[in-house]
Design a protein around this ligand. Structure first.
Ligand code: GLN
Length: 228
């Protein structure tokens, strides 16, 4: 198949520091900068579509977009449907609660309500332990609404990637993390399994170049460094 010059790339709506809208309503973050810099390095264009995590998963598997970058965890289960790039970050899953809450472990969740984001590894994790710990799961389409539900005391806790939860709390969310990260795993750019292999190849080549020339580290520092 002929290589395209513009690729449609789906992403999440609110997943800082990886992807979020800044105060000028432009999409920025580690994932957006990486994608743009890799496109520049490898000489292709990208059309970034912030449609939400679960919608992005579905758009890739249905072939509506060429790929996705959305703080997406590389898992064996997802490898049945997606091909992943080399890893560009890693994170585990933590539980966050209201600062006033006295929940401080999974054992305290009996009879409680836990907010998760549809399609995420945090949601899978919650569903895998809900019977054991006796809690109910409520789902949201984006992280913002999930956090709000806990901040407003509708839900008692949420599960989120630690890299994102810690950043959110540092930048003003009224939540606290009460567990150590579990299921630590890598993030990767993804295409539909067996499709868009030239794009995957270019992503990997570009990422390797950005790692070698220092730009990768500059992007990470820009969003997670002391000045972030
Ligand atoms: N890393 C998590 C996952 O892959 C969450 C991603 C996200 O919410 N954008 O499921």
């Amino acid at each position: 198949m002929l290589a395209k010059d513009t690729y449609n790339i789906a992403t999440d709506v609110t997943f800082p520091p990886f992807v979020y809208a800044n105060d000028k309503n432009e999409y920025v973050g580690i994932d957006i900068d990486l994608m743009n810099e890799i496109a520049k390095e490898e000489g292709f264009k990208v059309n970034i579509k912030p449609i939400g995590f679960n919608a992005a998963l579905q758009s890739v598997t249905s072939g509506q977009v060429d790929g996705m970058i959305a703080g997406m965890t590389i898992t064996d289960e997802r490898k049945q449907k997606f091909d992943f790039s080399s890893p560009y970050y890693s994170s585990g899953i933590v539980m966050a609660v209201s600062p006033k809450s006295n929940i401080d472990s999974l054992k305290d969740l009996r009879g409680k309500k836990v907010a998760v984001k549809t399609g995420t590894s945090g949601a899978d994790y919650a569903n895998s332990i809900k019977d054991k710990y006796g809690f109910k799961v409520v789902t949201f389409d984006d992280s913002d609404n999930m956090y709000n539900d806990v901040e407003n005391h509708n839900s008692d806790a949420c599960f989120e990637d630690d890299a994102v939860m810690n950043y959110g709390i540092k930048t003003g969310l009224d939540l606290k993390v009460v567990t150590k990260p579990v299921n630590n795993a890598n993030y990767g750019f993804a295409v539909k399994k067996g499709e868009n292999q030239e794009l995957l190849h270019k992503f990997n080549k570009g990422l390797a170049k950005l790692k070698a020339n220092g730009k990768y580290q500059q992007i990470i520092d820009k969003y997670t460094g002391a000045k972030a």
